[in-house]
Design a protein. Structure first.
Length: 91
């Protein structure tokens, strides 16, 4: 899923005519990487049976995901469609 987030960010945030990565695209990639690390932390905590660490990792990962959603929502206009909803789910 994280790879798809990166490809989507490239499409939404950057023109094919751009020679380099935009600041917004670099930030989106950073947030995706941090989300991926948080998902690894959740898996490790689940394997260890550590619910508190899993919850902490989820909360952190959710913030990274919501930051990403805010960034990719910015260029989406009403002509294109609805903006993505932020994640508001806890574990």
């Amino acid at each position: 899923a994280c790879r798809v987030f990166g490809l989507f960010a490239n499409t939404v945030l950057q023109s094919e005519n751009d020679n380099g990565s935009t600041t917004a695209n670099l930030l989106a990639r950073h947030l995706i990487n941090e989300l991926y690390f948080s998902m690894d932390d959740i898996a490790l905590a689940a394997q260890a049976g550590d619910k508190a660490s899993a919850q902490t990792s989820w909360t952190r990962g959710k913030e990274y995901l919501n930051g990403y959603i805010r960034i990719v929502n910015f260029p989406i206009s009403s002509k294109v469609g609805d903006k993505f909803a932020l994640v508001d789910v806890g574990i």
